[in-house]
Design a protein around this ligand. Structure first.
Ligand SMILES: Nc1ncnc2c1ncn2[C@@H]1O[C@H](COP(=O)(O)OP(=O)(O)OP(=O)(O)O)[C@@H](O)[C@H]1O
Ligand SMILES: [Mg+2]
Length: 407
């Protein structure tokens, strides 16, 4: 069983090197909601209990900033401080004092990313608040750290730890940065799986709903962290099998049954994870309008090759220049295929996906550790508290030797 708590990732808020400006064109898209579906009230979003706007904003983990403070932290939102743009708004690099968290002189103190909501953003206040609600409460090495926020008149901003290497999207698809090595791709897949697993196995399950390459941010050591919780939803409770909700997400990543019916489950995230796994293997975007025919849709194009050991090389990223483990690539491709099963129930759980991916990461000649030894090894020691509740697995990817880890 994959251990969602298992991580050596460190928060790297001090990293200074920027990844360069990324002008983002892939937007979060609201699909038209299928008729007869209800959009639940905000109360069902909260974790662990519904919280009012006042409660969310007074979270002890979040620092309220004034607009002027963030203005000086980012040199007046100067264009050369801009590091990216998404559907929500613009992201700027800024500096704050590590101890007081007050804006500091640019270039001194701690680097932060300041996200400024576009006034015309249709995602707006509700998503801004959902982000604060979740990231104010959830803490894990594979989730980006939210430091604070600004609510000042019409202005809505969010202040995060700065992720020195930017997004996975920048590294996989843009020309410029060094291509990601196979080992780094595996590391990113494992860390991102750990982040999702943490959300899914939390006592109050969280469905992330916007898993995609641009929402996986990388620190200076390429440790991945999930960002953007504006679309996150509380998972079904009691006897319910799904949450019925407005269909919103990103084309190419959203699970087909969710798009068709508005029924959301953790398995929708598993589907999106499968899409990102193929992006990591192929170096191609989930949707690429510059291509023709079937090649526009990565899943459609890649699916026939994923389960074929001899043909898999045809979809592998040429930027890898053949420098990858064929066995590892085949395992990852088979895993992706399972994640992309048309039937949600046939998809593995994220804990199973994580366990399978962790096998790819394990150094070949390292002595095999028993589950007990592994629990005690420094790399698997949990350094933080979380509400994770691991359940036994029926994973097809686990060998009988692997025990279920419990805490
Ligand atoms: N904490 C951060 N540290 C460093 N760079 C960041 C950080 N947050 C965002 N970025 C950069 O800004 C870009 C835009 O991020 P944003 O989350 O606004 O949009 P997106 O995820 O690219 O698109 P979408 O709106 O569809 O989610 C990211 O792709 C990344 O390059
Ligand atoms: Mg994003």
């Amino acid at each position: 069983m994959g251990n969602c708590l298992d991580s050596t990732a460190r928060v790297d808020a001090h990293a200074i090197s920027a990844s360069g400006v990324s002008k983002n064109s892939s937007r979060t898209i609201g699909f038209s909601a299928p008729s007869g579906l209800t959009t639940p009230s905000r109360s069902s979003l909260s974790l662990p209990t519904p919280r009012s706007e006042g409660e969310i904003l007074s979270s002890p983990n979040l620092k309220p900033f004034s607009f002027n403070e963030l203005k000086s932290a980012t040199r007046n939102f100067r264009p050369d401080s801009l590091v990216g743009e998404g559907g929500f708004g613009y992201v700027f690099k800024g500096w704050i004092d590590e101890n007081t968290l007050m804006a500091s002189k640019p270039g001194s103190g701690m680097v932060v990313a300041v996200k400024k909501l576009k006034q015309e953003s249709f995602q707006g206040h509700k998503e801004w608040l959902t982000e604060l609600d979740y990231l104010g409460q959830l803490h894990h090495p594979n989730l980006v750290k939210l430091i604070g926020y600004c609510l000042d008149g019409e202005n809505r901003l969010l202040v995060y730890e700065f992720m020195a290497k930017g997004s996975l999207e920048n590294h996989l698809f843009r020309r410029g940065p060094q291509p990601l090595s196979w080992a780094t791709r595996v590391k990113i897949a494992v860390g991102a799986a750990r982040g999702l697993c943490f959300l899914h196995d939390a006592k109050s399950q969280v469905i992330y709903r916007d898993f995609k390459a641009s929402n996986i941010l990388l620190d200076a050591d390429f440790n991945p962290k999930l960002s953007d919780f504006g679309l996150a939803k509380a998972g079904p409770t009691g006897d319910r099998t799904h949450v019925s909700t407005q269909v919103i997400g990103t084309h190419g990543y959203a699970a087909p049954e969710y798009v068709a019916t508005g029924r959301l489950t953790a398995k929708s995230d598993v589907y999106s994870f499968g899409v990102v796994l193929i992006e990591l293997l192929s170096g191609r975007r989930a949707v690429d309008k510059t291509k023709v025919g079937v090649e526009q849709n990565l899943v459609e194009w890649a699916k026939p090759y994923l389960g074929d050991r001899r043909k898999l090389f045809r979809i592998m990223d040429t930027k890898l220049e053949g420098q990858y483990s064929q066995k590892g690539a085949y395992t990852a491709a088979s895993l992706a295929l399972q994640c992309l099963s048309a039937e949600a129930k046939a998809r593995p759980r994220m804990s199973e996906v994580l366990a399978a991916l962790e096998q790819l990461e394990a150094p070949k000649n390292a002595p095999k550790l028993s589950p007990i030894e592994h629990q005690m090894s420094p790399t698997s020691a949990s350094k933080f508290h979380s509400p994770v509740n691991l359940k036994p697995s029926s994973s097809p990817f686990l060998s009988p030797r692997q025990g279920v880890r419990t805490r």
